[in-house]
Design a binder for this molecule. Sequence first.
Ligand SMILES: Nc1ncnc2c1ncn2[C@@H]1O[C@H](COP(=O)(O)O)[C@@H](O)[C@H]1OP(=O)(O)O
Ligand SMILES: [Mg+2]
Ligand SMILES: [Mg+2]
Ligand SMILES: [Mg+2]
Length: 305
Amino acid sequence: MASGPVIHRVLAASVRIADKAAELVRQIMTSGDLGIVDKGGQKNLQTKADRSVEKLIRASLISKFPKLVIIGEEDEGLDPSADAKVDLDPEVMKMECPANYSTVNEENIVVWVDPLDGTAEFTEGLLDHVTILIGLAVNGKAVGGVVNQPFYNYQSGSQSQLGRSIWGLMGLGAFGWNRAEPPTGRRILITTRSHSNKLVNLCLESMSPTAVERQGGAGNKVIRVIEGEADAYVFASPGCKKWDTCAPEAILCAIGGQLTDVHGKKIQYDADVKWPNLGGVIATYREHNTIINLVPQEVKDALQG
Ligand SMILES: Nc1ncnc2c1ncn2[C@@H]1O[C@H](COP(=O)(O)O)[C@@H](O)[C@H]1OP(=O)(O)O
Ligand SMILES: [Mg+2]
Ligand SMILES: [Mg+2]
Ligand SMILES: [Mg+2]
């Protein structure tokens, strides 16, 4: 096996695994048999894609890195029949991994897996809202990850390549994205379309937005912020879990952005944390404190992270 920090290889494998998972998601969509299960609560769905992808990611990671701690949304056990073949992505491997990761062992890495983020939108055919998220946390911090969009370009015609992966590592940067610098004075807020409530809307209204975009998926919304389509992702709700934010946060922070709760506090990703992000989620590419300072007291009181 290649030398260097193990997290470099875990990340390189995760990029390849996410590509493989994306292929599986597209196959399941094409088959037309989504196998939808209602897990209970507000638009809390699961499909065959969520289940199969989590099995694939788990089996693939464990086959190469048996000591990783893996926490996935669908809690699918290890399936011996799942496709576990995995290579290391050469684009990731050709980068120089920052030396500070050399003391991080396999068993120190917590992998937060959301096999399909934006499931509600997936079942409604809003395919560009869907992502596959593999986040790597060390010492409770989101440090690396992959956000794969299996249906990127799906409306751009058959000449365009379908799907893409964006990946990043703190101290190295993030790759696979393109930013269009937004005009000054604009404040487009992006938020949930399936999990709204009074508090979510109150928070948005208090921020004097120039527009509010409602789209599915945490991964999708963080990418929109990174690429400059929106100025802040604001979700004043405990509905997002650690697997929704770990990979997007690592990528955003690797390029100088921030993702915190509504109090401006960093989210913790140790293996034993509670899964819900009880303090809500706010993500920005810049001027994070400006947005945090606009969170009304009523929202802060309701979301005690
Ligand atoms: N109330 C909720 N119940 C279940 N999942 C939620 C809830 N709120 C948010 N999520 C998860 O966080 C993601 C981002 O929220 P939203 O799409 O509403 O902006 C959702 O796609 C969903 O992830 P998933 O689709 O992986 O279950
Ligand atoms: Mg879900
Ligand atoms: Mg999710
Ligand atoms: Mg999910």
